[in-house]
Write a protein of this length. Structure first.
Lengths: 524, 375
């Protein structure tokens, strides 16, 4: 008979957890022990099975086989209510909050103490005060969720979990939307939670954060835990190698840029939304042939709008754009088809929604945007052969696996989807390349390849505009980095002089690079 | 319990068959309750639909209407538009056919009338879809609401026109005059009679062939032209369409106009092929049944032709059933048709999770080279 209890010093003890979806083995005999009162990191590439494992722990899925012990007690978790009852709280990658409710209302939602709200509100307010005292988690209780910045929203999510009595807190990619400063604050909170005895599990693909925060780290690859390490005794390089299964180069070799003629020129560009709020505010920018200009900024500060304007998706408001030698203003608008004909390629930020059509075959996705080209069309009918051959050619050039043009786009991994999109956009050797988040959610192995390709485009003489949320990526790829904040360009640094601290401060608009115009104290 | 994603054949063939079986089961219970033998009733229906030449003729004649209205629903659905207005578009399409034939039936020869009538059916059907399409594309009014409203408008408009404009002076029934036989579509039995082959008379006519051709053309259009590509892109992902430079507004207009044109073609079968005059309510629900036909046929022309024949058989077999078994009223037959529509339309995917579990029991894991998915 299986034992019904184990060592209670482990907050979580998973034994032989297996889960498959159809023929895909997402978790394969996973064993994981998490010591109580520690911060435990789980790293792995996309599709390594991290999220599945955590979903099993949180009751979204039931494991096909295996046992779960929580604080030494065998626990059956069939749904999230079981999980909450066992003391597990989860903070999802995408916040699950009601926008037009207050913080207090969100925290007590679904955990009200009675049928009448008045009593619940008093109880919840008292409990929130206690949590605030104990963990230093200050949030204004009566603020509307829609008024709060993301860093605060995350605290609300953590409070929600603690309010429900969580002793084990799971965070899924918690830093994706945070500035470096907000990330630091989050880590401080997590450390103080640990002091109070809470066990924290953090899922991330950012190795730097693992090294900075965790006590232990487990690496997943292809549904299995391939290694567990004490964080102090490992290194980023070792973890990366364990994740990918081979040696990975963390830096890119590139020659100094040799900028030529300007291919993208933006002068005083402004864009207003329905409410008259400026999404872009007098942006001026230049990208020359043979250079990579990176745009840093917390997402939602105008980067997406800039890409949409330059690719012809949004009609321009005020100002002027010179795109590959063609002037575009509100009086002379353009459209994506025309912009493509000017040899401007666009790798969109949102791969799944925009870059391809999930329901299409890879071959169909591989002509998205180029589908009217005479290469793939007769007078009336398309040329299926030409489309398939083209896709095969792209797959070969960019090592897309599996190389099946008829496979549904959704069935490729994130990295391979992204490689297919990059192949489609880079194949016509464009003069201007607009790239948004080229490696978001992409495996480390593929990141290396994608970075090389972008640098190769630069060296072939393309002007590259790169929007990325990953500072590491910007610093290693770009030749110059401009920082956007609330629709404005608030600073520019040469990549060689950029570091995380300077960029982070600029992203929060607390820093100007030129000390003579600075109105604030610049930390050394 | 473990679920297994269904193989394509189960999805396309097994699920529709299960749905029909479930519908017949429920219908059988109801027939038993009114004291008749359900097996006998279904046998009578099957015999009525396929058992003799005249029955087959009627089955295919009904199927013709369903192919047109089913294709209309399907093409709109590929752009994620739910065109509920097939009923009104078919009705107005028939008006277009009647106008052409009333004007030229004594003037032009048949070979000139046919393309004119087809053009009018498509034009009028498309026109009836144009306003809802415009309101959806440029004003954001939901296409479901507006097309339903346009069904009512079409119905009232036709009452007005027939009572006040088309009615034969002195006549009591709101109908137009009968067209000159020169303008009638050749029926199948007439066609075979020319070669001395005797086929039982039925309303089945040339428009069945036109419907099959329309099916092939829709298939080519959706999957083998750049416009079909654009329509499917819009249907699957508007952001992707925007990114690719496809105008969603234009696609909504084009798709709805084509959808209306296809629905209008039902007027060719009814007005030019069978009734030979314009009359009230000749659409008789074919437009609405087209929705169930398209759902059951998975919006693929081949599936639509097959499910149209099934629904044609239900209509024809049902008519025979009321005749053979007087206890089973017309309403009862409508109820049986309703069950089929309910199970294969509204409840299409009800049986899928059960079936997936069932497959999960029998299909063993096979090793795969595919990387496991997160989530």
């Amino acid at each position: 008979m299986a034992p019904t209890s184990s060592d209670p010093t482990y907050a979580i003890d998973l034994r032989n957890i297996s889960k498959s979806f159809g023929t895909v083995q997402a978790n394969n005999h996973v064993n994981l022990k998490v010591e109580a009162g520690t911060i435990h990191g789980i790293v792995g590439e996309n599709g390594a099975g991290k999220s599945t494992l955590m979903s099993i722990l949180y009751g979204f899925y039931e494991a096909d086989a295996g046992e779960i012990y929580i604080f030494g007690k065998r626990t059956a978790i069939r749904n999230s209510a079981d999980s909450i009852a066992a003391g597990i709280g989860m903070v999802h990658q995408h916040f699950m909050l009601v926008e037009n409710f207050t913080v207090l209302e969100n925290v007590m939602l679904g955990a009200e103490s009675g049928a009448m709200l008045a009593g619940s509100i008093t109880d919840a307010a008292a409990e929130l005060d206690r949590l605030e005292r104990e963990f230093g988690l200050a949030v204004e209780k009566d603020a509307l969720i829609s008024d709060l910045p993301v860093g605060q929203l995350q605290r609300v999510e953590i409070l929600k979990a603690l309010y429900r009595g969580a002793r084990i807190l799971i965070l899924d990619e918690p830093t994706g939307v945070l500035t470096p400063q907000e990330t630091d604050q989050l880590f401080a909170i997590l450390r103080s939670l640990r002091e109070q005895g809470t066990t924290v599990i953090i899922i991330t693909h950012k190795l730097r954060e693992i090294m900075a925060l965790t006590d232990h780290v487990s690496v997943m690859r292809q549904g299995e835990i391939v290694a567990s390490r004490v964080t102090a005794e490992t290194s980023r390089e070792e973890l990366a190698e364990l994740m990918v299964g081979r040696k990975v180069r963390m830096t890119i070799d590139k020659a100094p840029a040799q900028p030529g003629e300007p291919l993208l020129q933006v002068t005083n560009l402004s864009l207003y939304d329905h409410y008259g709020v400026a999404r872009l505010d007098r942006v001026s920018l230049e990208v020359r042939a043979g250079e990579i200009v990176g745009i840093a900024g917390v997402s939602g500060n105008g980067q997406s709008e800039l890409l949409d304007l330059l690719s012809g998706i949004l009609p321009p408001g005020e100002g002027e754009m010179l795109i590959s030698g063609h002037t575009v203003t509100s009086a002379h608008p353009t459209n994506p088809e025309q912009v493509r004909s000017w040899r401007v390629a666009h790798v969109p930020e949102d791969r799944l929604k925009r870059g391809l059509v999930r329901e299409f075959s890879a071959a169909e996705s591989a002509i998205l945007g180029y589908h009217t080209s005479p290469e793939y069309n007769g007078t009336l009918l398309t040329k299926p052969r030409a489309i398939i051959d083209h896709c095969r050619h792209l797959m070969e050039a960019f090592d897309v696996r599996p190389a099946h043009p008829s496979l549904k786009s959704a069935n490729f991994s994130g990295g391979n989807q992204q490689k297919l999109i990059l192949a489609r956009e880079m194949d016509p050797s464009p003069k201007v390349l607009l790239v948004g988040q080229p490696t978001r959610g992409v495996d480390i192995g593929a990141i290396e390849f994608i970075h090389k390709q972008i640098v190769a485009m630069r060296d072939a003489g393309s002007a590259v505009l790169l929007v990325s949320g990953e500072l590491d990526e910007l610093m290693s790829l770009a030749d110059r980095i401009v920082v956007m904040f609330e629709g404005r360009i608030v600073g520019e640094v040469a990549a060689s002089e950029a570091d995380e601290k300077i960029l982070g401060l600029m992203m929060a608009n607390a820093h100007t690079p030129d000390p003579t115009t600075s109105t604030e104290e610049v930390p050394a | 319990m473990r679920r297994q994603p269904l193989p394509a054949w189960a999805d396309i063939i097994l699920i529709p068959l299960i749905n029909i079986a479930l519908a017949l089961l429920v219908a059988g219970v109801v027939i038993t309750l009114i004291g008749e033998n359900p097996f006998k009733a279904f046998a009578v229906m099957f015999q009525g639909a396929f058992g003799y030449a005249e029955g087959v003729g009627y089955t295919l004649y009904y199927a013709t209407n369903f192919i047109f209205t089913g294709l209309a629903v399907a093409i709109a659905f590929h752009a994620m538009l739910f065109n509920i207005g097939g009923e009104g578009q078919a009705y107005i399409g028939g008006l277009g056919v009647a106008l052409v034939l009333l004007a030229f039936d004594h003037v032009l020869p048949f070979w000139a009338l046919l393309p004119l009538a087809i053009g009018a059916a498509m034009l009028f059907g498309a026109a009836w879809a144009a306003i809802p399409a415009y309101l959806q594309a440029y004003r954001g009014s939901h296409i479901v609401i507006t097309t339903i409203m346009f069904n009512f408008i079409a119905s009232n408009l036709m009452v007005y026109l027939l009572v006040n404009v088309f009615i034969v002076p002195g006549s009591m029934s709101p109908e137009s005059r009968v067209f000159d036989p020169n303008a009638w579509l050749p029926t199948v039995h007439d066609f075979f009679a020319r070669f001395g082959i005797d086929v039982a008379p039925s309303p089945l006519n040339l428009s069945f062939i036109i419907a099959l051709i329309a099916g092939v053309l829709v298939w080519l259009f959706i999957w083998h032209t750049r416009w079909g590509y654009a329509i499917r892109t819009v249907g699957f992902s508007e952001p992707a369409a925007e990114y690719a430079g496809i105008s969603t507004k234009k696609i909504i207009m084009i798709t709805m106009l084509l959808s209306g044109a296809l629905a209008g073609m039902a007027g060719i079968n009814e007005i030019m092929g069978v009734q030979h005059k314009l009359l009230l309510d000749f659409v008789a629900g074919y437009g609405f049944t087209g929705i169930a036909v398209a759902l059951m046929g998975r919006n693929h022309p081949l599936g639509i032709v097959l499910s149209s024949i099934l629904f044609g058989a239900l209509y024809q077999g049902g008519a025979d059933l009321t005749f053979e078994m007087p206890n089973i009223s017309r309403e009862m037959v409508t109820a049986i048709q309703g069950f089929i529509i309910l199970f294969s339309g509204a409840l299409t995917y009800m049986s899928r999770p059960w079936l997936e579990r069932l497959f999960g029991l029998f299909v063993r894991d096979t090793p795969t080279e595919e990387a496991p998915h997160g989530r």
